[in-house]
Design a protein around this ligand. Structure first.
Ligand SMILES: NC(=O)c1ccc[n+]([C@@H]2O[C@H](COP(=O)([O-])OP(=O)(O)OC[C@H]3O[C@@H](n4cnc5c(N)ncnc54)[C@H](OP(=O)(O)O)[C@@H]3O)[C@@H](O)[C@H]2O)c1
Length: 252
């Protein structure tokens, strides 16, 4: 066995992870560092971000953290001006809402689109325009099966923001290929993070819903983090414009 052979390694790569203070982003940042990457983490909550930063693999030098509200134009500009050259980015920061469409006012759509669509799209645009993404870099957008399926009633506003993100992902993949920058997304099913526990869905309803997943459970943050590692790694160097569904078989 060749113990040095690992096309999934992130050794020598610098990777930005947004939404790193909680859930999927936090786990992705930690996993990337364990796979050898130098990681740049960002989120709003400094205490939780620091906690994630403290968990990053200390064998890799130079991890960075920046607190920023990605719906705030000045914060985004400040963040972008502080970023080093990147081999990868996982744009994970986001939110959800469960809201019947009859209550989906323009204001509610704007709120959801600001963080789930406009924030990652603006960051992606600026990282590319300012040539922060090196040749061969890989960007992973965290979308959702909510953007491809009506996976649960009341997720139309959320789903629309993720469907729009997946659409931009495909155009970016096509346009950025000229610089050999890859852009893909992950569409997770329900993943057990703080996000799913702070809405209006009760714990009983969540437990019942989890039974609809063929593999018998909701996802764990590491299920998505491992998918992100693959997309960031050289093992996926011929993969772009793809939405990778990680949902325990739900959408079958
Ligand atoms: N959990 C699921 O079932 C599931 C399924 C499919 C897709 N997703 C997607 O996966 C992503 C991560 O979700 P999660 O489940 O890990 O949720 P989470 O635990 O609530 O984490 C959300 C992260 O986004 C950050 N964030 C939110 N608003 C922000 C803002 N305005 N500026 C900067 N950062 C912001 C939060 O950090 P601060 O609060 O510190 O800013 C936090 O780190 C989201 O895009 C979500 O839509 C989740």
């Amino acid at each position: 066995m060749d113990t040095t052979y690992n096309p999934f390694s992130l050794m020598g790569k610098t990777v930005l992870v947004t939404g790193a203070s909680s859930g999927i982003g936090r786990e992705t940042a930690i996993t990337c560092s364990r796979m050898g990457a130098r990681v740049v983490v960002t989120a709003r909550d400094q205490e939780r971000l620091q906690d994630c930063f403290n968990q990053l693999n200390a064998d890799v030098e130079g991890h960075l953290q920046f607190s920023a509200d990605l719906t705030n134009e000045d914060d985004v500009k400040q963040l972008v001006s502080s970023l080093p050259s990147l081999d990868g980015a996982v744009l994970c920061a986001g939110n959800s809402t469960t809201l019947p469409l009859q209550f989906g006012s323009r204001e509610k759509f704007d709120e959801m689109f600001d963080i789930n669509f406009f924030a990652p799209v603006e960051l992606l645009r600026l990282m590319y325009k300012k040539k922060l993404l090196v040749k061969g870099a890989s960007v992973v957008l965290i979308a959702s099966i909510g953007g491809t399926h009506s996976f649960m009633p009341g997720n139309g506003v959320y789903g629309a923001s993720k469907a729009a993100l997946n659409s931009v992902m495909k155009y970016a993949a096509r346009e950025y290929a000229s610089r050999r920058v890859r852009v893909n997304s992950i569409c997770p099913g329900m993943v057990d993070t703080p996000l799913i526990h702070r809405g209006t869905i009760t714990e009983e309803q969540l437990a019942e819903d989890a039974k609809r997943y063929p593999l018998g459970r909701y996802g764990r943050p590491e299920d998505v983090a491992n998918g992100a590692v693959y997309l960031l790694s050289d093992a996926a160097s011929w993969l772009t414009g793809h939405d990778l569904v990680i949902d325990g078989g739900f959408s079958i």
